[in-house]
Design a protein around this ligand. Sequence first.
Ligand SMILES: Cc1cc2nc3c(=O)[nH]c(=O)nc-3n(C[C@H](O)[C@H](O)[C@H](O)COP(=O)(O)OP(=O)(O)OC[C@H]3O[C@@H](n4cnc5c(N)ncnc54)[C@H](O)[C@@H]3O)c2cc1C
Length: 389
Amino acid sequence: MATVIIVGAGISGVTAAIELKNRGHKAVLVDPGPIPHPLAASTDISKAVRAAYGPDEDYTALAEDCIPIWREWNKQFGTELYHETGVLFVCRHKMRPGDFEYESARVLEKHHHPFDRFDATEFHQRFPAFAPERFQDGFFDPVAGYAESGRAVATLVDYAKTLGVELREQAKVVGIDESDRSVNGVVLENGQRISGDAVVIAAGAWTPYLIPRTTPFFRATGHPVFHLKPSKPELFLPERFPFFGADISTTGFYGFPLNQGIVKIANHGGGREFSPDSSERFVTAEEEHQLRAFLRSTIPSLADDPIVYTRICMYCDTNDGDFWIAPDPERPNLIVSTGDCGHGFKFAPVLGKITADAVEGKPNPILKKFRWRPEVKFGVTKEAARFEG
Ligand SMILES: Cc1cc2nc3c(=O)[nH]c(=O)nc-3n(C[C@H](O)[C@H](O)[C@H](O)COP(=O)(O)OP(=O)(O)OC[C@H]3O[C@@H](n4cnc5c(N)ncnc54)[C@H](O)[C@@H]3O)c2cc1C
């Protein structure tokens, strides 16, 4: 039984703490808090849960493992954290090989994962909030939806505490207590040290700032999120307005059904690079202008509705868009679990196991994809047909 210190109580940290505790280790979860931390990527009203992943079958398979566990968590915790309202991916031209939509449908078919394909007319009948004739092709995957991310983190942290995970809130890690080829623990902002047999860094986009030698592999990028109050809420009910990606590889825009009276729309693009604690972390007039232009062309009934909340949510980007869950080769008892690239939340049901396997040095095929890979340089985009989120 080892003492494992987990730095960061977002979804990566809390799931790792729960799994390590369940495997008999002492787990100490450290975060400046409050938890869920308001600046954490995990803290929002919704994150998409989908198996549609373009040509990448690894993520499709991982998501298919997760969806039944999300359903179980709803029962286990007696609250609907995951809403199976389906996901919609549409494009302005006929789906063609190489496209995110085409490749997603091809892989879903191969996995016998049900989905409906439709043409422009049928699409508008089913989903009337979208501008008529805007989209020519696409598919609806009913075995998918969204998770209430902030509530999920809060629920899992409470659960972790019932298991005996030691939660250290108001505790910011400012350094790793390291010797030649291992780490001995962490150093807190107040000078206190916490000793442990292993340290897991699950600090999301803060990771390259906490461990500067990882800056060649990680970039913190900010992405705009908008919460709108619809004047016609009936148009945005899940059955008529599920999670959607609107020609996502071109526009970057995606959104969620009515949830707590809000329609959330966000944009997945290159983002703006800065520290999660930067003063630049606010939505710009230009980003809002781009949103309004998108809504006017695509969801006209929302185009002039009020924006009631905005945030800049941070990705921890890697050079190839894949997660990074691996021990540091120079200090094997320092494990870095981050590199979410804007698409990690849906994998909460398996993230803890993957990280715990990395801590224990247990074989797990997916760890090859998430290995410590300094050889992969920035700009190596694996396929154009990818969408994170
Ligand atoms: C705009 C946007 C949209 C997204 N949409 C989706 C989606 O639809 N579906 C999906 O699956 N994923 C989505 N994601 C990705 C998802 O949010 C992330 O994969 C996930 O939340 C990352 O969790 P994390 O625990 O790694 O990081 P975070 O949630 O950011 O948590 C990191 C934690 O580390 C703590 N910390 C930082 N520094 C220190 C320190 N020095 N000491 C102690 N603690 C520290 C912070 O307080 C924080 O609590 C999206 C992300 C963004 C930004």
